[in-house]
Design a protein around this ligand. Structure first.
Ligand SMILES: C[S@@+](CC[C@H](N)C(=O)[O-])C[C@H]1O[C@@H](n2cnc3c(N)ncnc32)[C@H](O)[C@@H]1O
Length: 254
């Protein structure tokens, strides 16, 4: 279950890539826009500010996140749906998705070309996904799961890295794109406080593991994961922890 409060704790850092993606979409006046995996709606709100006359829909599978989104003042349609089974009711000019498609249980080789087909010719599919799954922030989480007494329960919940190499996305989208731009950015995130990386990953990628443990186990598991993280990302003399985070961007025009 998604916890809106935990997620928005690092909203500034999580918003930066969304802004970088949004700025690179060159559409002048898209009429119908969908934000897939809109969460609490703060990125959807930025989309509304950029194109105030567009008809805008935010889609998310989490009732809790959408409840928070519905508190926003904007005229946005909020719809609860699973992106894997979602299909648009009419032609779209922009399908936007920030930090969500890596959670969807559908092969990207199937899902992304389908999403590109859902925009009109000249329309755009704009996606940002994290690609940090091979870095200690993520591998240590699974090491702590594999090497503790909870191994049998947690191992089946571990997912293979859900985001492929950039070249894969070129191969699956190029056949139906009139233009295709793919790039990566590594953000050097400067975090404050105790064990900030565990806080960050626990709110997203670690959720299913934490939910499978009882309170005592969760404490013991988190203590082990944090110990490993502190060795991999030592706190600096100024009190900060540097967390390099790689993200993949795709802008495909149909
Ligand atoms: C990391 S948040 C990103 C939220 C927002 N796009 C942002 O940039 O702040 C991921 C969101 O994707 C949603 N999500 C995950 N899997 C989904 C699915 N299969 N269908 C719809 N939404 C999904 C989650 O509920 C969550 O709100």
């Amino acid at each position: 279950m998604w916890d809106p409060d935990q997620y928005i704790r690092y909203a500034d850092l999580r918003l930066r890539p969304a802004i970088d993606l949004l700025t690179r979409v060159e559409l002048q006046s898209p009429r119908r826009i969908v934000d897939l995996g809109c969460g609490v709606g703060n990125v959807t709100q930025m989309i509304a500010e950029r194109w105030p006359r567009a008809e805008l829909t935010g889609i998310d599978s989490s009732r809790e996140m959408l409840a928070r989104a519905r508190e926003l003042p904007d005229d946005i349609d909020w719809v609860q749906a699973d992106i894997a089974n979602w299909s648009p009711t009419g032609p779209l000019d922009l399908v936007f998705s920030n930090a969500a498609l890596h959670f969807v249980d559908d092969e990207h080789a199937h899902l992304l070309p389908k999403l590109l087909q859902s925009v009109t010719p000249g329309g755009v599919l704009a996606i940002q996904m994290p690609r940090n799954f091979g870095e200690p922030s993520h591998t240590l989480m699974y090491d702590a799961a594999r090497e503790g007494p909870w191994r049998d329960r947690l191992t089946p919940l571990m997912r293979p890295p859900p985001v492929a190499e950039p070249e894969h996305y070129y191969d699956i989208l190029a056949p139906s794109a009139s233009s295709l731009e793919i790039w990566e950015t590594v953000y050097l995130q400067v975090l404050q406080g105790d064990d900030p990386i565990a806080e960050w990953t626990g709110a997203t990628w670690g959720e299913p593991l934490l939910e499978a443990l009882d309170d005592d186990e969760r404490q013991a598991y988190e203590a082990d994961y944090k110990r490993r993280l502190r060795a991999a990302y030592p706190r600096r003399s100024d009190g900060t922890t540097l967390f390099p985070f790689r993200r993949l961007f795709i802008i495909a025009m149909r």
